[in-house]
Design a protein around this ligand. Structure first.
Ligand SMILES: NC(=O)c1ccc[n+]([C@@H]2O[C@H](COP(=O)([O-])OP(=O)(O)OC[C@H]3O[C@@H](n4cnc5c(N)ncnc54)[C@H](OP(=O)(O)O)[C@@H]3O)[C@@H](O)[C@H]2O)c1
Length: 324
């Protein structure tokens, strides 16, 4: 008997239901995975609430996981039963077992544990494309990372620090300030207590930063623009506080001819080559010690609702893993 967490309607954490499901045999191009770990990310709360609509309901949410291949479809030659794999992003993760397209799965090196993979694939691949292609961070750059103690936030800080950037991070509490510092932030700002744009101006001697990575959205977007130097880049990649209000683009001119990017991991992992390149870069960064992944929170998959509550109430700091 296989169980999964499903939603039948969009809603709060109470919409998450532990139910028996049928998985079936893999079809062409598919494998069946026995899942050993599931990554929990902020996007899961958007899928649950309906902020991001799913193709159909009922649906199994969750976009990241790891496990062991149990069976392969008739034409699958790249994987075999017993192989360990991880994936992100791919909807349908909150389950004990699932079908998945073989070409979205990433074989795991022996030195990466399943739980570690489920904790970091999505956040690590996101950090990598943000730091290397959305904007290529260079030694000597100064960058601002909003919500620096979060899952993606800590990855961004560690990796940018290793690339030689000066990292300024914002956080919601003194406890999170210590976490952000541990992740490589050179300067930490408590954004509920201080005017973060004014502090960034102070820290940079009035110049502003080369790039802002903003995952908070509504509450920080406009002030983030005030942190940038002329002709620099605002990267809006999340909306933990709610969606950014419609924007009059002349603001970008007034703030110093600013460029604006709104990239997604889904777009940068469209092809097999993209997935392999991003996963390979992440494994390399881990192997070299440039970035490290500590699992900050773990819980049984059956307790997903309670972890959603903690994440939305800002009680978490970093990677979260659910155990099926
Ligand atoms: N574009 C992409 O492809 C992509 C990929 C991955 C993630 N993301 C986005 O990146 C963001 C971070 O994801 P994550 O999984 O790493 O989560 P996270 O950063 O660990 O958690 C969200 C954090 O946002 C901060 N926050 C600020 N205002 C908030 C509010 N009103 N409600 C709740 N939290 C608030 C909180 O930190 P403080 O307490 O320090 O304020 C909270 O801990 C999310 O918006 C996610 O959707 C985007």
């Amino acid at each position: 008997m296989v169980h999964a967490i499903r939603i039948h309607d969009y809603g709060g954490p109470e919409a998450l239901r532990w139910e028996e499901i049928e998985v079936g045999d893999p079809g062409p191009g598919q494998v069946r995975l026995r899942q050993t770990a599931v990554g929990l990310n902020y996007i899961d709360t958007y899928h649950r609430s309906g902020a991001y609509k799913l193709p159909q309901l009922p649906a199994i949410i969750g976009t990241e996981g790891a496990g062991v291949v149990e069976a392969v479809g008739p034409d699958v030659t790249t994987l075999k039963p017993g192989d360990r794999v991880g994936y992100a992003p791919l909807i349908g993760a909150y389950a004990e077992s699932r079908l998945a397209p073989a070409d979205r799965l990433i074989p795991l090196p022996s030195w990466i544990e399943d739980r570690q993979a489920a904790a970091m694939l999505l956040q690590g691949m996101t950090a990598q494309f943000l730091l290397r292609s959305t904007y290529a961070v260079q030694p000597g750059d100064t960058i601002l990372v909003q919500a620096a103690a979060g899952g993606v936030g800590q990855m961004l800080c560690q990796w940018a620090h290793a690339l030689g950037a000066t990292v300024i991070g914002t956080v919601g509490s003194p406890e999170k300030a210590a976490v952000a510092q541990g992740a490589g932030c050179d300067h930490v700002i408590l954004y509920h207590e201080e005017d973060f744009a004014a502090r960034v101006r102070d820290i940079t001697g009035g110049r502003g930063v080369d790039v802002v990575y903003d995952s908070v959205g509504q509450d920080t977007f406009m002030a983030s623009l005030d942190c940038l130097k002329p002709f620099s880049l605002m990267v809006s990649f999340g909306q933990a506080s709610g969606p950014v209000a419609p924007l009059d683009i002349s603001v970008l001119a007034q703030k110093g001819s600013i460029f604006l990017a709104k990239p997604t991991l889904a777009t940068v992992t469209r092809s097999r080559d993209d997935i392999e390149a991003l996963a390979g870069g992440l494994f390399e960064a881990l192997a070299s010690g440039r970035v490290q992944v500590g699992i900050a929170h773990r819980a049984p998959l059956t307790e997903a609702a309670s972890v959603h509550r903690d994440l939305e109430a800002r009680r978490t700091t970093g990677p979260i893993v659910l155990i099926p």
